[in-house]
Design a protein around this ligand. Sequence first.
Ligand code: ADP
Ligand code: MG
Length: 232
Amino acid sequence: MTDVPPVADLSGVERFFVLGDDEVRALQGIDLVIRRSEFVSIMGPSGSGKSTLLHVLGLLDTPTGGSYRIDGLAVEGLDEDAKAEIRGRRIGFVFQDFHLLPRLTALENVSLPLLYQGASRRARRERAESVLASVGLGHRLSHRPSALSGGERQRVAIARALVSEPAFLLADEPTGNLDSRVGGELLDLLEGLWRDRGLTLILVTHDPAVGVRARRRIRLQDGRIVADERAA
Ligand code: ADP
Ligand code: MG
C-alpha cells in the first residue's frame, strides 16, 4: 500500500554535535522509510549512531540537517508543544531501564499518558486494565515497580507505551537489563503484539540475537546505513 504515508520518512537526516573545535557527525545523511506494521531492528557497533537515530525518530532530538515526516506530517518547524503532543499521542517509548514512576502502581503508571490527554477516570482505568491484561499483567494492577520482577516492569513499560495506540513503538535495548530467558520472553511478547495487532516496532540493539528477531534489519556504521535487509 504505497498510497499510505509511511509512519516515518527520513531524508538526508544529519545530526552533528559541535564540541569545542571538534564536530562529531553522529548521523550523516540517513534516508529511511518505515511503513505501518513493520518490525525493524537497528543494529551497529557502539558509537555508530543508533541512539541518536532513535532520539530523532522519537522527536527527543532535532536533526541539524535533512527532513523528517511522521505519518506524512513534516516535523521541521513544529514548536516544542506540537512535538510534545506528537510524542504523547503517536510515539511509544520503551527504554533499557524501564523509566517507571516508583510511587505509582502498575495501573497508575500505564494510565498516566491518558491523564495528560484528558481522558476520563473511567476511560483511563478501562483502557489501562485492558492493555495490562494484553501484556499478561492483569493480576498485577496494584503492584508498585519495586514489587515486580524486571521482566514484569518492562511489561508495564510496554503497556504504558501502547496505551495511547501510538503510530510506532521505539525500544532502545529493551532486554538490556534482563537475563536471557526473561529477555527472550519479552521479545516473544513484542513479536506477538507486532504479529497480532499490526504494531509498528522499531528496536535498537547491539545484540545480534535480539536484532535477528526483526523482519527488517538495518545496520549503522559511522552514522550511515550500511545494510538494510529483509528476512525471507
Ligand atoms: P550508539 O547508540 O550507536 O552507541 P550514539 O548515537 O549514542 O551511538 O552516538 C553516536 C556518536 O555521537 C558517538 O560518537 C557519540 O559520542 C556522539 N554523541 C551522541 N550524543 C552526543 C552529544 N549529546 N554530544 C556530543 N556527542 C554526542
Ligand atoms: Mg546507544
